[in-house]
Design a protein around this ligand. Sequence first.
Ligand code: GDP
Length: 335
Amino acid sequence: MRKPARPTHARGSRASSDVSARSSAGASESQNLRDETSRNIQWFPGHMTKARRMMEESLAAVDALCEVLDARIPCASRNPEIDRLAAGKPRLIVLNRCDLADPDATKRWKAWFRKQGFEVIETDAKTGKGSAAFPPAIRKLLQEQIERRQEKGQVGRKLRVMIAGIPNVGKSTLITRLAGRKAAAAGDRPGLTRGKQWITVDEGMELLDTPGILWPKFESRETGELLAVTNAIRAEILDREALAAGFLRRLALHYPEAVRERYRIEPEADRSGYELLEAAARKRGFLISGGEADLERMANTLLSEYHGGKLGRLTLELPPEDSDENAVSDPDFTV
Ligand code: GDP
């Protein structure tokens, strides 16, 4: 796996100045928390320190950590520090949004994470598909602790789990799914309450009601692009045409059929992302005065069609051992 580098924050935007303005105006704790949950914020060192501290505090109170990832980008949607933060804590990986990911790639990712010693499940938290596998996966993960507690006669103690991940991977949706109707009551509680609040999953298991929000990583342009095309960060912070061109080239290399079918262009490997974008724009009749291709319009169309699932179920990264052949993740890739 690529070595996580120190995260840097992306180029400034209006959202970032909003956040600082609000905090300097002495906004309430809960407002700050809401700000932190927004995928639009820029992760300044202060936010990271606070998120890190909250994670550390919460981790001390739980038996296991559930790390939610976007199944389309399981590597890019991981927090760079999670291994250090969660050291020694049994971990369940949830590959969420599996409804949008390539099923074959999800299978490979599951095998890969299992090889690293994690329990893994795949979910579509939006519909709830796969979430029934959560309690048994946690029990399997904590089998030793469960047995030890039984030996000591600690039968009444519930297993406590925390859900964490970068913004917009589906943490809240998953919590709601796992908790059923109980979550709604917890979510309605205004502001921050003293002490930790727990939501019952079943008679022997509870969840911390607030997910751990972690910062995304921007270790490379590729990671930033993957986060932007999947909407984990705002695409506006990158040049949308460059983003779409890079994305189209990635698709042309790894999902040529999807490109051929949707855009009626030949996804030849020697064509640059911009050439492909231009060809797609011309096919769609997206032209500006003088007969030039309207790349901006095509870029927006491509990105929104991907978000809308119109290109099919596509995974944009494969596990490292798969990287040599049929690699979706292409480190040498240039637009
Ligand atoms: P959080 O910031 O990690 O708590 O993310 P949310 O739970 O707020 O989810 C962000 C968006 O993703 C919402 O619009 C959800 O409806 C959507 N979402 C969450 N899980 C899934 C999933 O498995 N599949 C799909 N298609 N959308 C999902």
